[in-house]
Design a protein around this ligand. Structure first.
Ligand SMILES: C[S@@+](CC[C@H](N)C(=O)[O-])C[C@H]1O[C@@H](n2cnc3c(N)ncnc32)[C@H](O)[C@@H]1O
Length: 279
């Protein structure tokens, strides 16, 4: 489906709830030979996850979350959820799909960890203003259909002085330059204002599939890509904002390079923008 055809938010939410019910990471779990949700299988998945994204420990300061009210938005396989709860946080998880919510509640219950996950959208979340000390949301807000509104919700939910870590996809990564060089160059050079238009910049099926596919090969229903400048504009309500690029896939010019080596180029050309915010 071409995303330039305006879809209603209800339509997007329904598609997201169905698509992401199959846990994000399921394809990988299959490749790792994981076929159940036993403690041993989840540990295998989590070990892979943190080894594959080693910089997560730099961007998510788990130890600082002890005894803090932490909201995670977009839960997937629940790896980050478990780490936050194990750090001693008062954890809340929010996801639009039932599968990730069930997975996180399974993990919390099994580990007798404090907190719970609930089903719902960050665009209409059930939490009151200024409730959380921390919000962590990795690879989620760009799927909601309204990234700018989702970031405003993160701002609303944080206490004054509260902090957030948001990861979203970079519109000017090496992958975008490879697939659409002229379009990406124009985007890179464009002034990052006019953010009302950013919602119209959702990726087409091909670019969405390059980032997120389910085991049936379908692409995520909705993915917005932003430049670092656009993201900074969307975060302008916060008192502090610092954005770092990370992550290189094994595609295009990096397909013959080891991941360890390729990751060194992440800060320059990375696929993902890690945005640390303070209200
Ligand atoms: C790509 S996965 C990322 C999961 C996890 N953070 C990770 O790093 O593996 C995106 C997640 O965001 C969730 N999501 C999508 N739209 C959402 C919304 N409007 N509100 C809350 N969660 C949403 C999906 O259900 C899915 O679990």
């Amino acid at each position: 489906m071409n995303n330039h055809v305006k879809q209603s938010q209800q339509d997007i939410d329904g598609k997201n709830a169905a698509f992401w019910d199959t846990l994000c990471g399921s394809l990988l779990a299959q490749e790792l030979g994981i076929s159940d949700d036993s403690e041993q299988s989840l540990k295998k998945f989590d070990d892979w996850y943190f080894e594959f994204y080693p910089y997560l420990f730099t961007h998510i300061p788990f130890a600082e979350m002890k005894e803090k009210r932490v909201l995670e938005v977009g839960l997937g396989y629940g790896t980050v959820a478990q780490k936050i709860a194990e750090a001693g946080a008062d954890y809340k998880g929010l996801d639009i799909a039932a599968g990730p919510v069930d997975m996180v509640n399974l993990r919390l219950g099994r580990g007798q960890l404090k907190g719970e996950a609930v089903q719902g959208s960050i665009l209409q979340s059930p939490f009151e203003d200024e409730f959380f000390d921390w919000v962590v949301t990795i690879g989620c807000l760009h799927h909601t259909g309204d990234l700018a509104a989702a970031i405003n919700q993160v701002h609303r939910l944080l206490k004054p002085g509260g902090e957030a870590m948001i990861m979203v996809y970079n519109a000017c990564s090496y992958r975008q330059f490879q697939t659409s060089p002229i379009k990406t160059l124009k985007r890179w050079l464009a002034k990052p204002d006019g953010i009302e238009d950013i919602g119209a910049k959702s990726g087409d099926r091909h670019s969405r599939a390059a980032y997120d596919t389910n085991p049936d090969g379908d692409a995520a229903p909705q993915t917005e890509f932003v430049t670092l400048g656009e993201l900074a504009v969307m975060c302008r309500k916060f008192s502090a904002c610092s954005i770092v690029k990370e992550n290189i896939g094994q595609d295009g010019m990096f397909r013959l390079v080891s991941r360890d080596h390729a990751l060194r180029y992440g800060k320059l050309l990375g696929l993902d923008l890690y945005c640390r915010l303070k209200k």
